[in-house]
Design a binder for this molecule. Structure first.
Ligand code: ADP
Length: 318
């Protein structure tokens, strides 16, 4: 049975990561395990930034945004010799298991460590909701709330000025944030990888909106289209004055929502229970409101979250 367990956060930070770290540490302590944190993800693991965790170490962290143990990216982690140093750093402390909180890149790294003899469990922490196997990732609900609140505010001012607000949201390869926000705020158009971009259709939709409304909202996933070009086109071909707002990193911040705190706590507890029961090489997935463990190998092959059904609803509502 595992005796010493470490936890790390990796990739982009997400609200609720702290709640997950806390749940891992407290559940581990409750099972009589020695608990550790690795600071700054795999980078910190490579640099040997490891510290013992006690109940006090995770006090007053549950409701805080970000990740108090830091996160970083280490592209070199794909090289076996770099990972070997990481394994040796864990061995130095006698740590036999590692809980990794992050996205699918983090899972890929964790799976490689598992193959090198470190018992690993993954927890999905990313605002994008783009991790295969789980209905929700930790941070998605909070980020969505932040986006919706921001767009509600923009709507107040844009309707006073007869504007079309173009809002760029995060989610480079997954339009979940864009589409969910689109439904929640009643946007006219959502543009992301899953919806594609049909310029003529967008112009037509906004022209139609101008006949019945004093404002319009277009939500665009980051880096998918040239947003400045879209702004110009909407200014030129619709009665609205188009203005772009890039929400940026505020989407990653803030106190985690109650839903994210609960999800993080359930997944953190289950991750340790898996290790205690000699189950590793798995990731925590929320499937129909239940937390289940799916092998990394299987999860990494699964299709990512499907947003087509949500987009269909969005289009029907318009
Ligand atoms: P996320 O976990 O949010 O998807 P990244 O894709 O940046 O974020 O991955 C986080 C870290 O995981 C990377 O910096 C790297 O250290 C590690 N990683 C990503 N892909 C792999 C891989 N194929 N093999 C080993 N490690 C990986």
């Amino acid at each position: 049975m595992v005796k010493k367990v470490a936890v790390l956060t990796s990739g982009g930070d997400a609200p609720g990561m702290n709640a997950a770290v806390r749940a891992v540490v407290r559940t581990g302590l409750a099972h009589g395990l020695e608990m550790y944190a690795v600071y700054d993800g795999y980078k910190g693991l490579y640099e040997g930034k490891i510290e013992r965790m006690y109940r006090k170490s995770v006090a007053e962290k549950l409701n805080r945004g970000g990740t108090f143990i830091g996160t970083a990216r280490l592209p070199e982690f794909v090289h076996p010799e770099i990972r070997q140093v990481c394994v040796e750093n864990l061995q130095e402390y006698g740590i036999d298991a590692l809980v990794t909180i992050g996205g699918d890149g983090t899972y890929r790294g964790a799976y490689e460590l598992e193959k090198m003899g470190v018992f690993t469990v993954g927890i999905p922490g990313t605002i994008d909701n783009d991790v295969a196997g789980t209905d929700y990732t930790i941070g998605f609900d909070t980020a969505l709330t932040t986006i919706v609140e921001a767009i509600d505010k923009l709507r107040d001012t844009s309707s006073s000025h007869r504007r079309c607000s173009i809002v760029e949201v995060m989610g480079r390869h997954c339009g979940a944030l864009a589409i969910w926000a689109g439904i929640a705020v009643g946007a006219e158009v959502v543009i992301c990888e899953e919806t594609g971009y049909d310029e003529a259709k967008v112009i037509q939709t906004i022209q139609d909106a101008a006949r019945v409304k004093k404002h319009a909202i277009v939500i665009v996933s980051e880096n998918f289209i040239d947003i400045k070009h879209l702004e110009k086109v909407l200014n030129d071909f619709t009665p609205f004055e188009a203005r772009t707002t890039i929400l940026g990193y505020v989407q990653r911040g803030g106190c985690p929502s109650p839903r994210d705190r609960v999800l993080a706590s359930m997944m953190g507890a289950k991750a340790v229970e898996c290790l205690v029961n000699n189950i590793s090489g798995v990731c925590m997935c929320s499937v129909n409101e239940k937390i289940v463990a799916i092998p990394f190998e299987e999860a990494l092959k699964m299709k990512k979250n499907q947003v087509e059904e949500k987009y269909k609803v969005f289009e029907e509502l318009w």
